[in-house]
Design a protein around this ligand. Structure first.
Ligand code: C5P
Length: 408
């Protein structure tokens, strides 16, 4: 499981962003505390506005303690100076997110009714508005709610979820608040939609390929996939359309990214070949097996005293063999002669960039949350970076990709 927290996964994306978090009277209101906490940890300035009903579920004090900021509630005198503040908030907001939003507040917004602080703020803001509905499945399914949601969608509201699962009624259905990772991912994606990669399609590969020996065994490597996922999220947060071709099903799937699941090097080769004709850049962070068993046994291989010799054959070199009008970026994970080996791969595979990763460095490389890398271009320029979280490495690599794309 990808244990990286959202503040690490979002890099500097949320830092100093003014986020208005609206909370309405749903049983899922307690989850908004975690959203407020994660956004605050990621460096955002979070101003919470609670409807009166929301304060029945969670106290304003909780949000105040978590965000370190005053919470707007209906309890404030509408004629006070503080009531002006919420209009200022609407203007200052980089983004407004209402999570959870009830059917009632959805209906009010769809009708343009502004009889509380939250709806006033939404009507007064020019910032993008995201809403994450949470309610009983039948209420969500009701054509009135669906009509109201369609109206809001037509007005450029972004709707996240709801998710399917157990509801407060004890029944299972579609109505649970979307996963917090998805809500924070959608916030990052929305904030970055006009970023420097907007209009570009970036293909990223991730994870170690699995080459089957028999129906139960495979040959693989220690790649965690975290670098590829960080690249996919970073590219999404800079406005790119992203295809992530991955061998891993256990990491948190980034919202807003097209995911293609593969197992073997051959499958990855085919998936990459299918998408690159429309792509502007291919970033191969996957640790593709260089060899695979020459044949896969149909039945489980039995243990014998004689031991076992496996015959291996080469896999297709994806980066080396796929050519086209797109920027090609490779990774070189090396335990010795890092720069020399990386430069060789850059030439052999005709790359625009290679990211050399010293896997012997402490707390860097496979499975770690950080990497110490050098980015090398065909002219021999080397940018050596300090030990950085993978998301920051991803952004440094994408800085170069954006530069190359803008020069095309
Ligand atoms: O395995 P190696 O260190 O040579 O990988 C260098 C780069 O080539 C990586 O970006 C990797 O994803 C890519 N590669 C590939 N196809 C292979 C082996 C590696 O595309 N069969």
């Amino acid at each position: 499981m990808n244990t990286q927290s959202n503040w690490l996964r979002s890099g500097k994306m949320l830092s100093n962003k003014t986020i208005v978090l609206g909370v309405t009277g749903s049983i899922a209101a307690y989850k908004a505390v975690e959203i407020a906490s994660q956004l605050t940890q990621a460096g955002a300035i979070v101003s919470v506005i609670m409807t009166e009903a929301a304060t029945e579920f969670v106290t304003p004090l909780t949000f105040q303690a978590i965000t370190g900021r005053r919470v707007v509630t209906e309890m404030f005198d509408l004629t006070s100076e503080f009531s002006i503040e919420h209009v200022r908030l609407a203007e200052a907001a980089d983004i407004v997110i209402i999570a959870p939003i009830t059917a009632n507040v959805i209906a009010k917004l769809a009708a343009g009714i502004a009889d509380d602080m939250l709806c006033c703020t939404v009507l007064a803001t020019k910032a993008p508005v995201l809403i994450a509905p949470a309610m009983d499945a039948n209420m969500y399914d009701n054509p009135i709610t669906q009509d109201n949601l369609s109206k809001l969608k037509a007005r450029n509201f972004t709707i996240i979820g709801p998710a399917w699962g157990r509801l407060a009624s004890g029944q299972a259905g579609l109505g649970r608040l979307a996963d917090i990772n998805d809500i924070i991912g959608a916030i990052c994606q929305t904030l970055g939609k006009n970023g420097d990669l907007a209009g570009n399609h970036i293909v990223v590969t991730a994870g170690g390929t699995r080459e089957p020996v028999d129906p139960v065994r495979y040959i693989s490597n220690r790649s965690s996939g975290k670098m590829g996922y960080a690249l996919a999220e970073a590219a999404r947060d800079r406005g790119a359309k992203v295809s992530l071709i991955t061998t891993l099903a256990s990491l948190i799937e980034p919202i807003g990214v097209d995911i293609v699941n593969v197992n073997t090097a051959q499958e990855m080769y085919e998936a990459v070949r299918n998408v690159v004709p429309q792509a502007d850049a291919l970033v191969m962070a996957a640790a593709v097996a260089d060899y695979r068993p020459a044949s896969t046994a149909k039945d489980k291989i039995k243990k014998t005293d004689a031991g076992l010799t496996l015959k291996l054959e080469l896999t297709p070199d994806i980066l080396g063999s796929i050519k086209g009008d797109f920027i090609k970026v490779g990774f070189a994970a090396e335990s010795n002669s890092l720069i020399e080996n990386a430069k060789q791969k850059l030439q052999q595979k005709e790359l625009d960039l290679i990211v050399a990763n010293d896997i012997t460095a402490t707390d860097s490389g496979f499975g770690a949350d950080n990497d110490r890398v050098a980015i090398i271009d065909p002219e021999g320029n080397i940018e050596s970076l300090p030990l950085l979280p993978k998301r920051e490495v991803a952004d440094k690599v994408l800085d170069k990709v954006a530069e190359l794309l803008s020069g095309r």
